[in-house]
Design a protein around this ligand. Structure first.
Ligand SMILES: NC(=O)c1ccc[n+]([C@@H]2O[C@H](COP(=O)([O-])OP(=O)(O)OC[C@H]3O[C@@H](n4cnc5c(N)ncnc54)[C@H](O)[C@@H]3O)[C@@H](O)[C@H]2O)c1
Length: 281
């Protein structure tokens, strides 16, 4: 996709961080912008910014882990704008501690948003795009954690590995189907957003009980490492710039942190040489 003006973009997780920066960029490109997020208050703030840029916009309260919410998002988008051309599967959450200390609720929440969000969105929007038979692009937001192991942040890393593989598979399937739909996967290192405060949007039915191991000292230690990393990260706008350079070039892998390539290379070498995983922390 080389021309963005007047096309319709949907952004999940649009109320904060990378998602709100993508939405702003879409608006500056002259697109019609559909904002989807679970956090209605923050969503209204993004909506105000997008309206002030002077483009048409629609906000939909949507929990991406719920298939029906995604269906409603699609219906409202088609009702308002008749089509969707650019889809950003960006909504994501993180919670850290040791794998055996994470609760079932932790697994259900993080996989629910990060992986089932993508599954629901793909099942809903790909058939719509195929029917449109127009040039479209799907951008899935994974992470460098999708190529490496992240001790203390295992569920997140498992979910992001799944997103990378899911995106690669979708890429192949689009080519096999000869469909006019391009796919990219974005794999940033640390970005300065509210990701370390993901708990703010955890649904009440997936909260941990106060005596759960998921509140132990290990969790606090990993949260501090994660918190400090995110705070020292690059800006969301830098990530968005890389994405918008990649889309017209149909670039699949978007690695916003060039230093992360060393970690990927080392992991691949370990696998191919059948070495044990290198300890890099
Ligand atoms: N910040 C980083 O260091 C970093 C690095 C690599 C990848 N990422 C990825 O970037 C994406 C965006 O995260 P961010 O860093 O901007 O964090 P953020 O917390 O600032 O924004 C995430 C947004 O997702 C929304 N969200 C949470 N649960 C949702 C749900 N069930 N349904 C719909 N929306 C929901 C939140 O309300 C929030 O607006 C995520 O997929 C994240 O994993 C972030």
């Amino acid at each position: 996709m080389k021309v963005f003006k007047d096309k319709v973009a949907i952004i999940t997780g649009a109320a904060s961080g990378i998602g709100s920066a993508i939405a702003e960029r879409c608006a500056y490109e002259g697109m019609k912008v559909v904002l989807a997020d679970i956090d209605e208050g923050a969503l209204r703030n993004t909506e105000k910014v997008i309206k002030s840029i002077g483009v048409e916009t629609l906000s939909v309260r949507c929990d991406v882990s719920k298939e029906n919410d995604i269906r409603v998002l699609a219906e409202k988008t088609l009702e308002a704008f008749g089509e969707v051309c650019l889809l950003f599967n960006n909504a994501g959450v993180a919670t850290g501690t040791l794998l055996w200390e994470n609760t079932t609720a932790d697994w259900q929440w993080v996989l629910g948003v990060n992986l089932w969000g993508l599954i629901n969105s793909t099942k809903t929007f790909v058939p719509i795009m195929l029917k449109q038979n127009k040039e479209c692009h799907i951008v899935n937001v994974a992470s460098i954690a999708g190529f490496t192991a992240c001790p203390g942040n295992g569920i997140y890393s498992v979910s992001k590995h799944a997103i990378v593989n899911f995106s690669e598979t979708l890429y192949y399937e689009m080519k096999l189907a000869n469909a006019p739909i391009d796919v990219s996967v974005v794999c940033p290192g640390f970005v300065n957003t509210q990701l370390m405060n993901s708990e703010r949007n955890r649904p009440s039915d997936l909260m941990n009980s106060l005596d759960s191991t998921s509140y132990g000292p290990q969790k606090q230690m990993f949260e501090k490492i994660f918190h400090d990393g995110v705070l020292s990260g690059i800006s969301p706008e830098q990530v968005v710039e890389e994405i918008f350079q990649a889309i017209p070039n149909k670039k699949f892998y978007i690695l916003t942190h060039k230093e992360s390539k060393d970690l990927i290379r080392k992991r691949m070498e370990d696998i191919l040489n059948e070495n044990n995983p290198t300890i890099y922390f």
